[in-house]
Design a binder for this molecule. Structure first.
Ligand SMILES: Nc1nc2c(c(=O)[nH]1)N[C@H]1C(S)=C(S)[C@@H](COP(=O)(O)OP(=O)(O)OC[C@H]3O[C@@H](n4cnc5c(=O)[nH]c(N)nc54)[C@H](O)[C@@H]3O)O[C@H]1N2
Ligand SMILES: Nc1nc2c(c(=O)[nH]1)N[C@H]1C(S)=C(S)[C@@H](COP(=O)(O)OP(=O)(O)OC[C@H]3O[C@@H](n4cnc5c(=O)[nH]c(N)nc54)[C@H](O)[C@@H]3O)O[C@H]1N2
Ligand SMILES: [Mo]
Length: 761
């Protein structure tokens, strides 16, 4: 490494958390001008009478705890409760063309949206429109379509259960199942993969299980940044002496060591707690190989134990009673050579042996994982191999053991539960018929990728977005942006302005909605909504801040407005009654999804209630009635074949962003300050290409049939395995090929993007 580092690149030697986190919060509060109201707001997060933090989906100790400090939760909350506004003057002063040149950060930083807006093409400006006119315009455009399947209805995972349920009701009554969802870009591999393995597409553990586990395995997630409240759990486990084994190409600081801001001793003595007991820096995309390596090492230990007269290290009773496919799996794993495992994963045999030892010496193991596992061409296979690994020792469906997919958006799991799905099953259709007296279509609709494809080739003409920033979140902006500009109708229900809103259609509208922190008052008075966390706990959330302006409406109210204007009294649904009191919506949810029985009473109990997860008590809702060991013949697909020059790029989040929302330009724990235009690369890979730390590079996608290049990024010499490179989402989405996704789940391969790296042209 050179003495002189590139501009803005520094060493970061401190633990994650600590005083740096407190300082960062003070800075955010000041910047958003919310100091007085803001601190009070923070204190209401995740409190029994307060709102659910929109920052992440990690559960709270029963939502009954005292204030739990969380830097990135604070950023999410202050970003929403900012004093800044984008009102009519803002749009008068800025054409869409001008706004397009703004950064993603600057667009959202301008403030909260305050009135409904309609795009005026001749003036290239968004202009104020009355609510009733907006709703009728949307209705007439939707009703003009020759086929309801020509409209797409996107959901981002911020929306409450009540909003999502109303949305699916409207869309199904309108006549389509086109439900692209942020989940399609996120944990879809979990939703598709786990039901085949264990009969449910959700995690099996509760927060309490972490108090009883003897080891934690962590694959491809960065909790210090993305699920900061999870650090409390990991911190406690580590202090209890629980080994934590990490598999991640990058040494994420919070997984190495963490100073808990709620721990006075650590804060005052500037000490910290080590988190991972062993850290395995596998190659990007090397997880199937790593999981097979782990299983192979477990099988070898099993044989050894038999040779010594023992009874093996597997849970043979569990395997016999609860599973099918074990012999086939064992054969497949044993036939996989150590050479290929080591080659693809980049880890040594010793690393696998030592991790396997931790695994077999622990009675109860929990495995946590995030996007590092799901966002690959083989994302579903990754998740299923993980389930195989857990099943070897019966680490499912008992205290202290289980699988813990760490969800993304704070209610992405709930939105799915209450009906946002492009493939409705019979139970859903039956439930809808029972609750509303009509049977919706059962025809498969579009997921996110299929939506972009349909818009690109003109099969779909209208797009309604319940939150999010679909165009920027999606792969291949060159193709995606061009597609979006071909729409006849684009409607965005949003809190803040973003780039998707600037991709104007013939008719484009922005409808300003309340956020989680805002007081939501309807005819019957103030309302609570409900959300479901990563561990299937459903609880209430109530905002209390005065809304940013008198014209904002709640998401359920906006959806009801569009529905009423579009459908009239079709199917006899009384939209006004549903919105007047969200208890009425919950009563309907309960009819469609019996799991929510007694919803209105149970959600008023402190801490809420848990939805049924049969696998967590060893009931397997699979076709075989058992948990299935599933095969995955290949270790890494053939993505690099024919191009051995390519490196595997993974696109990740910085510490100062929330998905496409960029709060700031620092990535403190990785030592990056004031910039995002960097790519992390191994020393040898640099040397092989005649490059030096700080050089300008171009990255060229190898899988795209069109030329796709990310130009003029600064390369940073970094501790990352040879053959792997990393950089930030969404800046690098330009090299993520639209057609490169997991065929089983439709998840774009954001975390294994083959690229050629060369000196900038
Ligand atoms: N503050 C904040 N909180 C968030 C979000 C946010 O953007 N900001 N986003 C929310 C959402 S929607 C989501 S989905 C979650 C995302 O939370 P994470 O899943 O933590 O998200 P990522 O930053 O994409 O990175 C995942 C981790 O995977 C590692 N990784 C990359 N490639 C591989 C690989 O091939 N194998 C393995 N094993 N690891 C790999 C990366 O080094 C990184 O540590 O967080 C949610 N919470
Ligand atoms: N390369 C790459 N691409 C990725 C990923 C990756 O790791 N790498 N991750 C993927 C993942 S996991 C996800 S989940 C997607 C994220 O995709 P999205 O969920 O579509 O994106 P966000 O950036 O979370 O959306 C931000 C916008 O949501 C709106 N918003 C915020 N709060 C509310 C609210 O309460 N109500 C409403 N109606 N609107 C609100 C604001 O207008 C804001 O601009 O991106 C995916 N894209
Ligand atoms: Mo996500």
């Amino acid at each position: 490494m050179q003495d002189e580092r590139p501009e803005g690149i520094e060493r970061y030697d401190d633990p994650a958390g600590g005083w740096g986190a407190l300082k960062a919060v003070a800075k955010t509060l000041a910047h958003q001008q919310v100091v007085a109201q803001g601190t009070a707001t923070l204190l209401k997060a995740n409190q029994p009478e307060g709102f659910d933090c929109p920052g992440c989906a990690w559960p709270d100790p029963k939502h009954t705890s005292s204030f739990e400090f969380c830097e990135n939760g604070a950023k999410a909350i202050t970003w929403e409760s900012t004093a800044r506004r984008v009102g009519p003057e803002f749009f008068e002063n800025n054409t869409v063309d001008e706004l397009w040149t703004w950064t993603d950060h600057k667009l959202e930083d301008a403030g909260r949206l305050t009135s409904p807006l309609l795009y005026n093409q001749s003036r290239d400006r968004y202009e104020i429109i009355e609510w009733e006119d907006a709703l009728h315009l949307i209705a007439s455009e939707l009703n003009k379509l020759p086929d309801p399947n020509m409209a797409e209805f996107y959901t981002s995972g911020r929306s409450s259960n009540e909003a999502a349920f109303m949305y699916q009701l409207f869309v199904r009554a309108f006549g389509t199942n086109n439900f692209p969802d942020c989940s399609n870009m996120c944990h879809e591999a979990t939703s598709v993969g786990l039901p085949k393995s264990i009969g449910v597409g959700k995690g099996t553990v509760t927060l309490e299980d972490f108090d009883h586990c003897d080891a934690i395995f962590s694959f491809g997630h960065n909790p210090g940044t993305n699920h900061p409240r999870m650090m409390t759990t990991l911190h406690e486990a580590s202090r209890r002496g629980v080994p934590i084994v990490a598999f991640n190409p990058l040494k994420e600081r919070a997984l190495e060591r963490f100073a808990a801001p709620q721990n006075p001793v650590e804060m005052l003595t500037l000490s910290s707690t080590p988190i991972a007991s062993s850290y395995n820096q596998l190659r990007v995309g090397g997880d199937i190989a790593a999981l097979k390596g782990l299983m192979k090492a477990v099988f070898e230990r099993d044989d050894e134990d038999f040779r010594r007269g023992g009874s093996g290290v597997l849970d043979r009773d569990f395997i016999a009673e609860h599973t099918v496919g074990f012999e086939e799996l064992r054969k497949e794993v044993e036939a996989t050579s150590w050479d290929s495992i080591v080659d693809v994963s980049g880890l040594s045999i010793e690393a696998f042996e030592s991790a396997a030892d931790v695994y077999i010496h622990a009675n109860s193991v929990i495995v946590c994982y995030g996007m590092g596992l799901t966002q690959h061409e083989n994302g579903t296979a990754n998740v299923q191999q993980l389930a195989n690994f857990m099943m070897l020792r019966g680490n499912l469906g008992r205290k202290g053991a289980g699988i813990c997919p760490v969800r993304g958006h704070s209610n992405v799991q709930g939105d799915r539960t209450v009906g946002i799905t492009e493939i409705p099953n019979d139970a859903l259709l039956d439930g809808m018929e029972k609750a509303f007296g009509f049977r919706p279509s059962g025809e498969k609709g579009h997921n996110a990728i299929e939506t972009i494809e349909a818009i690109a080739d003109g099969r779909s003409k209208a797009l309604v977005c319940l939150g999010g920033n679909l165009a920027v979140a999606m792969a291949d902006p060159d193709a995606t942006f061009a597609a979006m500009r071909k729409l006849d109708l684009a409607v965005h229900i949003a809190t803040k302005l973003n780039r998707s809103h600037l991709l104007v259609a013939k008719t484009s509208l922005i409808l300003p909605c309340l956020g989680r922190t805002d007081l939501d008052t309807q005819a019957s008075g103030p309302q609570s909504v409900t959300v479901e966390d990563s561990m299937s706990m459903v609880h209430a959330s109530r905002g209390f801040l005065n809304p940013p302006g008198p014209l904002l409406r709640s998401e359920p109210a906006i959806i009801a407005g569009i529905a009423k204007a579009t459908l009239g009294d079709r199917h006899g649904i009384d939209w006004d009654v549903l919105v007047s009191n969200y208890d009425r919506i919950r009563e309907k949810i309960e009819i469609v999804f019996p799991d929510f029985h007694d919803f209105n009473r149970r959600v008023r109990v402190k801490g809420g209630f848990r939805l049924d997860v049969p696998a967590s008590y060893r009931v397997w809702k699979t076709e075989s009635g058992k948990a299935n060991f599933l095969l995955s013949p290949s270790l890494d697909g053939d993505r690099l074949v024919g191009n051995r020059q390519a490196l595997m790029l993974t696109t990740i989040r910085s510490h100062d962003q929330y998905n496409t929302t960029v709060y700031g330009l620092d990535d403190r724990y990785r030592g990056v300050f004031g910039r995002r235009d960097v790519v992390f690369m191994n020393k040898t890979d640099l040397a092989d290409r005649g490059l030096r730390d700080g050089d300008l590079i171009d990255l060229t996608a190898t899988l795209s049939s069109e030329p796709r290049k990310a130009s003029k990024f600064t390369v940073v010499e970094y501790n990352i395995p040879k053959g792997s490179v990393a950089g930030y989402y969404p800046e690098l989405n330009v090299v993520v090929t639209l057609g490169h996704y997991d065929r089983l789940s439709g998840t774009p391969s954001y975390k294994s993007v083959p690229v050629i790296v060369s000196a900038a042209a």
